[in-house]
Design a protein around this ligand. Structure first.
Ligand code: AMP
Ligand code: MG
Length: 271
């Protein structure tokens, strides 16, 4: 397997992304059909576990994974399938909802900063600081002269984290409008999925094009060398799981965490 598979989905700094040119059903580079790819994922999850243990033992760096997508894009499924193998002792998922009154009374990064990973940890943001240039922009929750300067603020914030030893990987799960319709329909038809659907989701669906514009601008303006965005074709969940696992393994391998030097244990015998 190529060491740099992740490049395939990575958005280079300064590149203007056109989401309609990226095929949501792509399976490019996959190790085989669905079954073969699922098997490859199982192997990657094993690698991920070993790398995470080294990251934790080393205690000098951390990994922040930002997950963003349109509704029904697969954020929850990705967390369930890719992060299930990690040791919960040093891995945490943080879900960002509509800000509380207290959160709203601070700057938009206030609630985010103290959820960033401590040294040795992996943290997954299920939605993130990017909502403040996505839903906030699409729904005009604040005027443009307030949200527009945030792209720079997001880059500055992420540089601050990077300077403290945090690697940042930002994943945009890319689905088609047709795929969203199918997933919404499944949430309506299957009683065990009803809880995942709100009629308000249809108001966001009606703003599909505005969301695409907002995602394109956010990704284009904030994909940097230290905190790159990856656009992942996500109509096929098995391909999405493989791509995310690949990117995480590659990133952690590149961080190359090391077990700390042991004490000199020569001659130590337990009696
Ligand atoms: P869910 O992820 O389905 O539980 O929904 C969380 C909701 O919170 C979504 O509709 C988000 O758009 C919304 N949300 C998250 N962050 C913000 C934010 N900063 N401002 C406004 N809405 C937000
Ligand atoms: Mg919504």
């Amino acid at each position: 397997m190529a060491k740099t598979d992740g490049q395939r989905w990575r958005v280079g700094p300064g590149t203007k992304v056109h989401l309609d040119k990226i095929d949501t059903r792509s399976t490019a580079g996959a190790p085989g059909d669905r079954a073969a790819t699922d098997e490859a994922v199982a192997g990657l999850l094993g690698e991920l576990q070993g790398l995470q243990e080294r990251l934790y033992a080393e205690g000098k760096q951390s990994l922040l994974v930002v997950l963003q997508a349109i509704d029904a894009g697969g954020k929850d499924g990705t967390i369930k399938h890719v992060f299930r193998g990690l040791n919960p002792a040093s891995c945490r998922v943080v879900s960002f909802k509509v800000p509380s009154e207290e959160e709203r009374s601070h700057d938009f990064l206030w609630r985010v900063h103290n959820k960033a990973p401590a040294k040795g940890d992996v943290v997954v943001f299920n939605r993130s600081h990017y909502e403040d240039v996505l839903v906030v922009r699409v729904h005009n929750l604040v005027p443009e002269d307030v949200w527009r300067p945030r792209y720079e603020m997001l880059n500055d914030f992420e540089s601050t984290l990077a300077a403290a030893g945090t690697r940042i990987v930002k994943l945009y799960l890319h689905i088609s409008k047709e795929e969203q319709a199918e997933r919404f329909q499944a949430r309506i038809d299957d009683p065990s999925k009803n809880w995942k659907f709100r009629t308000a989701d249809l108001e966001d669906r009606a703003r599909w094009d505005a969301y695409v514009d907002a995602f394109e601008e956010a990704i284009s303006r904030t994909s940097t060398a230290t905190a790159p965005w990856y656009v992942i074709p996500a109509d096929r969940k098995w391909y999405r799981n493989w791509a995310v696992s690949r990117i995480l393994v590659e990133t952690l391998a590149d961080m190359d965490p090391q077990y700390p030097p042991a004490e000199d244990l020569t001659g130590v015998v337990i009696t």
